[in-house]
Write a protein that binds this ligand. Structure first.
Ligand SMILES: [Zn+2]
Length: 431
């Protein structure tokens, strides 16, 4: 019984520590007195919890609050450089790795082209090389690594750390946590749209939003759902496959990579933009893009089309407006179903966001119920094409905010004497 009671006390303290850390994370700068008021905990408990967070270098003191009648109070804020997350995004044709600090700042980033669908082993070698490079960079600077986190374009088992199935990569059952056990780091794995939603909630345009839908637009359309302030995974963990909502479930619907016809994403993905441009060129429309689209991959084509739109090219502008409209009608469904505060658009297509947004908004206005649409703000992600990469770091930060004691106190580290270097590391490329 004694053991249980000690365990209960430790768990209560961890829970209180988490509450105080989250308050500072979301509302800093705050004084100890403000923390007591907002948490409902007494001042001596707050004092002890803050000492704990200071010892773990998760917060630091920053100036004083001189307003008000009493003595100036010391203010606390989050220390972004308590450590770094090694974030990995496994894309359809690239691998990106970044070191991201505790508040979402990118300290270092590297990316290589890859062909994971054809070359799984080679791609794994590249990932290992980039992860080792990032890890070594942290060691050199005495920067604590908070975790290693993978963002995956497919279904994952977050508990076991296994990639279940990534359709565009044709990868099945890859035990990433086990494969990266050699690093000694805690290994996380998350679906790309879910990771992006977590990152946007912590660091981006959906901070403090309790209900929002994060829409990943690229080769397909995926969704991350935040409902009542929590990521919603669904019964089997697969919630958010919004792109495969049938909007034209008829024999003449567009064929989808999922095997069905008429799925929403076939009308609103990057291929749809390119196909519309090509159809207009074939019908004889004049355009600055004519002759520039051959032999390029879809990512490059998308950049070309966006640049043409910026130059006022009618073909590019019309294609983007049409696909924006197809996105907007699907967004209307999300608005009606979830009554969200926000819908956030990110992923590769968001580079053309300013050209898609007007018809997305008019699609929502036309097809959503007006009372509900009036409560929803539609925005572009703060992180554009890097939302899933930064989101992978968010997965780790989210876990640390819930369980802060996994970040060791200065005196407990086994990595030798800590110096203040890690608090003042400059943002630079490690190479
Ligand atoms: Zn489909």
């Amino acid at each position: 019984m004694q053991l249980k009671s000690t365990t209960d006390q430790a768990s209560l303290r961890e829970s209180n520590l988490s509450s105080v850390l989250k308050l500072i994370y979301r509302q800093a700068p705050l004084s100890r007195a403000q923390l007591a008021t907002r948490s409902g905990l007494n001042k001596s408990t707050i004092s002890s919890l803050v000492e704990d967070l200071l010892a773990r270098a998760m917060v630091h003191e920053t100036g004083t609050n001189s307003t008000g009648a009493g003595r100036p109070a010391t203010l606390l804020e989050i220390n972004p450089r308590v450590g770094a997350v090694i974030a990995v995004e496994l894309g359809v044709d690239f691998v990106a790795v970044a070191l991201v600090d505790f508040t979402g700042g990118v300290m270092w980033r590297n990316q290589v082209q890859a062909d994971p669908a054809e070359l799984q082993d080679e791609t794994m070698v590249e990932i290992r090389r980039l992860v080792d490079e990032a890890n070594a960079g942290c060691s050199e600077r005495g920067l604590q690594v908070l975790g290693l986190s993978f963002s995956i374009p497919g279904t994952v088992d977050v508990e076991q750390g296994v990639l279940i199935f990534a359709p565009n990569l044709n990868w099945h059952n890859v035990a990433l946590r086990e494969m990266f056990g050699y690093t000694g780091l805690k290994v996380y794995i998350e679906n790309d749209a879910n990771a992006a939603a977590i990152g946007e909630h912590l660091f981006g345009v959906a901070q403090n939003a309790k209900d929002f839908v994060w829409v990943f637009a690229g080769v397909g359309l995926g969704g991350g759902l935040y409902l009542n302030d929590h990521l919603y995974r669904g019964t089997g963990g697969y919630a958010g496959e919004i792109g495969h909502t049938p909007i034209r479930a008829e024999p003449d619907g567009q064929a989808c990579r999922c095997g069905n016809r008429g799925c929403w994403e076939t009308y609103a993905n990057q291929h749809a933009i390119i196909a519309r441009v090509e159809a207009k060129l074939e019908s004889g429309c004049e355009s600055v893009i004519r002759g520039k689209l051959e032999d390029q991959n879809e990512s490059l084509l998308l950049v070309k089309i966006k640049e043409a739109a910026e130059a006022g090219d009618e073909v590019a502008l019309e294609a983007l407006a049409e696909v924006g409209s197809a996105m907007g009608s699907g967004f209307a469904g999300l608005v009606n179903t979830f009554n969200p505060e926000k819908i956030v658009l990110g992923g590769p297509l968001s580079i053309a966001g300013p050209f898609l947004m007007p018809t997305i908004l008019s699609g929502v206005k036309q097809y959503a119920m007006s009372e509900i649409a009036a409560q929803t703000e539609i925005s572009l992600s703060a992180f554009g094409g890097d939302a899933s990469l930064i989101g992978a770091a968010g997965v780790v930060v989210d876990d640390i905010l819930a369980n802060p004691t996994q970040v060791l106190k200065g005196g407990e580290t086994t990595e030798g004497e800590r110096s203040n270097d890690r608090l003042t590391i400059e943002i630079q490329h490690i190479q």
